[in-house]
Design a protein around this ligand. Structure first.
Ligand code: MD6
Ligand code: FE
Length: 193
């Protein structure tokens, strides 16, 4: 894991997130077991991550509209490839960006990102808006986890031996970001296929 503090430019990314969400709105998806995720999600790129009663997968079309996901904005892609290269993953070419939006109190339980084809490819994660505590565990769900504070503009590259570690997000605490208001956004760039 490589943490690049303040590597992203939040004011350049905010309007691009808004444009993606105009075409593919944030929605609360359902897990395999029937629960609702507390973070709202959307995607851009050649495919997008979806979950419903059938499980987790990547789909070429947004199930809400039946249309292809919005294209990945060039500034998203260059941020992801640049950060990956700085972290030692030159040649990373994401085909999707999952966008999570957390209201105050929303979080994400411990999970592994294991729906991608090649775990040799890293995930580049960008934090925007309200701060959050990212929990990094071990290769097994029950391994103890340690907290890492993530702030507006931080970029984390999750690759190599870290790629399949369990991780999660503690419930976001109340606050008001000058640009993003009472929300935290997270962009995760992946090579899914
Ligand atoms: C989040 N991030 O920061 C959730 N997954 O809101 C993730 O679940 C994540 O940051 C894989 C790699 C990096 C991540
Ligand atoms: Fe994850």
């Amino acid at each position: 894991m490589v943490l690049l503090r303040g590597r992203a430019e939040p004011s350049a990314l905010a309007p691009l997130i808004a444009a993606v969400a105009e075409a593919a709105p944030f929605r609360f998806m359902t897990t395999k077991r029937g629960g609702q995720m507390s973070a709202a999600m959307t995607s851009c790129g050649r495919c997008g991550w979806v979950t419903d009663r059938r499980g987790y997968r990547y789909e070429a079309a947004d199930p809400l509209s039946g249309q292809p996901w919005p294209a990945m904005p060039p500034a998203f892609e260059s941020l992801a490839t640049g950060a990956a290269a700085e972290a030692g993953f030159a040649g990373f070419q994401p085909d999707t960006c999952l966008i999570n939006r957390y209201a105050v109190g929303a979080g994400m339980g411990l999970h592994q990102d294991a729906d991608e084809r090649d775990f040799g490819q890293p995930i580049v994660s960008v934090s925007l808006g309200l701060p959050a505590v990212f929990l990094v565990g071990g290769p097994e769900r029950q391994d103890r986890s340690r907290p890492i504070g993530l702030r507006d503009g931080d970029v984390m590259v999750f690759g190599g031996p870290a790629r399949l570690l369990f991780h999660g997000i503690r419930p976001v605490r109340a606050g008001d970001d000058p640009l993003f208001g009472p929300f935290r956004y997270n962009l995760t760039f992946r090579r899914a296929r």
